[in-house]
Design a binder for this molecule. Structure first.
Ligand SMILES: [Zn+2]
Length: 352
């Protein structure tokens, strides 16, 4: 019956099916200027329109799998000099095969291009704001707020899960760890806990104090979490150079989560006995000076242990820095430059 056969063929093409023969509601997937058909990798940008200051383009890659599945967003470079995490997402762009992928991967390797280009840590030099503190953003605000708004709309809202990658910035000698956010929604928290265990870093900070209001979510991951999307944050790399071993940790971590979400057929073994960190204690500088560290990242310290000394610019000691709690040095200042209010160290207090 050639006529019927012809009609069926037309129907199949018109509705575009995925495996199993159901109609595919996502024959293509668009983020910013990137529209990918099933089985395609497409590069583009999320446009941040000009406003009270200049606009700019945030690079994005969309890997739209040949088969249906979850949408995972992976973002790095909110702090544009945390290079290890940025390079990890760069590597992921060509490390995933769209022909065998189930679901969609949205990859945003470098949110804060001004920080990257001008070698300015911590903030967007255009407006002096951290690009991980102003979510869900504001279309009428300064560049950081408009970029946050654009990412909330283009990346957070269409995703099912989000992984935000960070690392030690230029001045942070940081050991790798991830964060598990407790929202209070048991089902969602179990899902994000399974993600963070699949990711595989063996030190996990429990974040129980994140804002619960989706309209005041502040952080990127929290913007996804407060919208009901199980999500995590991970950090690796430190103080400038790209560390290939730690880049690989982050790439592997994302691939592990993809396997856990059944986006790939890879096997994944969740970390079995992670060190859970229930509290992070910050030691901040009380004055300007030169910091001389006495501990390395990952050191175990007791309360009162020596962390370092602050001197003036003629080597005269100004202050001994000691641990204000017992725990693990999650990061310690990597450079002598120190001004009042800077973080000298973060100590992770281990959950017993
Ligand atoms: Zn960061």
């Amino acid at each position: 019956m050639p006529k019927t056969f012809f009609a069926m063929t037309v129907l199949v093409i018109a509705s575009a099916t995925v495996s199993g023969g159901q109609p595919d509601g996502r024959a293509s997937f668009t983020v910013g200027t990137a529209t990918a058909s099933r089985g395609q990798l497409v590069r583009g940008v999320v446009k941040v329109p000009a406003g009270v200051d200049a606009g700019y383009d945030i690079p994005v890659a969309v890997v739209h799998g040949a088969k249906a599945g979850p949408v995972l967003a992976v973002v790095a470079g909110s702090h544009g000099t945390e290079y290890t995490s940025i390079i990890a997402v760069e590597q992921l762009i060509d490390a995933v095969n769209p022909a065998t992928l189930s679901g969609t991967l949205i990859l945003v390797p470098l949110v804060n291009t001004a920080s990257y280009e001008q070698l300015v840590p911590h903030v967007n030099p255009v407006d002096g704001k951290s690009m991980n503190r102003f979510y869900p953003g504001n279309p009428n605000g300064t560049q950081t707020e408009r970029a946050s708004y654009a990412l909330t709309k283009a990346v957070v809202e269409p995703c099912d899960h989000l992984i935000d990658l960070h690392g030690g910035d230029l001045d942070e000698n940081l050991r790798p760890y991830s964060y598990w956010t407790v929202t209070g929604n048991q089902k969602q928290d179990e899902a994000s806990r399974a993600m963070v265990l699949a990711f595989g870093l063996d030190h996990i900070i429990i974040s129980a104090d994140r804002p619960k209001d989706p309209a005041a979510s502040r952080f990127l991951e929290n913007t996804a979490s407060t919208r009901g999307k199980p999500s995590i944050t991970a950090e690796a790399g430190r103080s400038g150079p790209v560390d290939p071993a730690e880049t690989a940790m982050l790439v592997r971590g994302v691939k592990n989560v993809m396997a856990h979400l059944k986006m790939t057929a890879d096997a994944v073994t969740p970390v079995e006995r992670p060190i859970w960190i229930e509290r992070v204690v910050t030691i901040a500088a009380e004055q300007n000076g030169m910091f001389h560290a006495a501990v390395d990242r990952d050191a175990r310290v007791t309360k009162g242990a020596k962390i370092g000394v602050v001197t003036d610019y003629l080597n005269k000691p100004l202050q001994q820095i000691t641990a204000n709690d017992e725990g693990i040095i999650l990061f310690v200042r990597a450079v002598p430059t120190l001004k009042k209010g800077d973080t000298i160290a973060n100590i992770g207090v281990v959950k017993r």
